[in-house]
Design a protein around this ligand. Structure first.
Ligand SMILES: Nc1ncnc2c1ncn2[C@@H]1O[C@H](COP(=O)(O)OP(=O)(O)OP(=O)(O)O)[C@@H](O)[C@H]1O
Ligand SMILES: O=C(O)c1ccc[n+]([C@@H]2O[C@H](COP(=O)([O-])O)[C@@H](O)[C@H]2O)c1
Length: 190
């Protein structure tokens, strides 16, 4: 039986906060792997600013160099709104013997009751929550909370800094930063 963490997100763009949270949960829960799954259309958020295939490529760049981290294009291939319950049902069929942990930031812990078919989803995964700056002390039934140094990095901060032509170096992996520059994403000049 493999123990697999799932980090779903918009990843617009992926950043060090995502990698650090995945690494800490991996250690704390003794996971074999963490799979990063970019949403095609995020269910509870306004649409991403960059197309799904570009976010997928950035996630693939971000996980390079860690053998336990993998990117997964299941939600891209499925298209439509990326409800987590659909993703996990699909993964359970493909990998019936894996045990799945769905990793979420502290900003999401208290909103789980609003997720689509949440009770069915709870039967498929264990939720692992990490603390997030501005959302301290969040906890909810059925969510294992993992301690994490507060990392006040978000994709919106990075998008905002890129728009203003301010440095984002060290906020995200160099590989992702290079991909953004080479492809002129977020209105950077290629
Ligand atoms: N710095 C962080 N600390 C803890 N959790 C985080 C952090 N950044 C992202 N997460 C969590 O990672 C998951 C995916 O996040 P997402 O891709 O939406 O990035 P984001 O930084 O929250 O984006 P945005 O700023 O655009 O809202 C979510 O569960 C989110 O709560
Ligand atoms: O399935 C749902 O109803 C649902 C509602 C909100 C968020 N999620 C998932 O939670 C993950 C993080 O979401 P976000 O909006 O922070 O990118 C991502 O995989 C979303 O698909 C899922």
């Amino acid at each position: 039986m493999k123990r697999v963490g799932i980090l779903g997100g918009t990843f617009d763009p992926p950043h060090q906060g995502h990698l650090i949270m995945a690494d800490h949960v991996c250690e704390a829960l003794d996971l074999d792997e963490v799979w990063f799954i970019p949403s095609h259309l995020p269910p509870h958020k306004k649409d991403a600013t960059v197309p799904a295939h570009e976010r997928m490529k950035m996630v693939t760049e971000a996980v390079k160099g860690n053998d336990q981290f993998h990117s997964c294009d299941l939600e891209l291939k499925r298209q439509g709104t990326s409800y987590t319950v659909d993703t996990m049902k699909d993964l359970k069929i493909r990998y019936p013997d894996h045990r799945f942990y769905f990793i979420i930031g502290g900003d999401m812990v208290n909103n789980l009751s609003e997720w689509y078919k949440i009770e069915e989803l709870r039967s498929l995964v264990t939720f692992a929550g990490v603390q997030r700056q501005g959302f301290e002390g969040q906890k909810a039934e059925g969510v294992v909370m993992i301690e994490l140094p507060r990392i006040d990095i978000s994709s919106s901060l990075i998008r905002d800094r890129l728009r203003k032509n301010l440095t984002v170096r060290y906020l995200l992996p160099d590989t992702v930063h290079n991909y953004i520059k080479e492809n002129g994403l977020y209105a950077t000049k290629p």
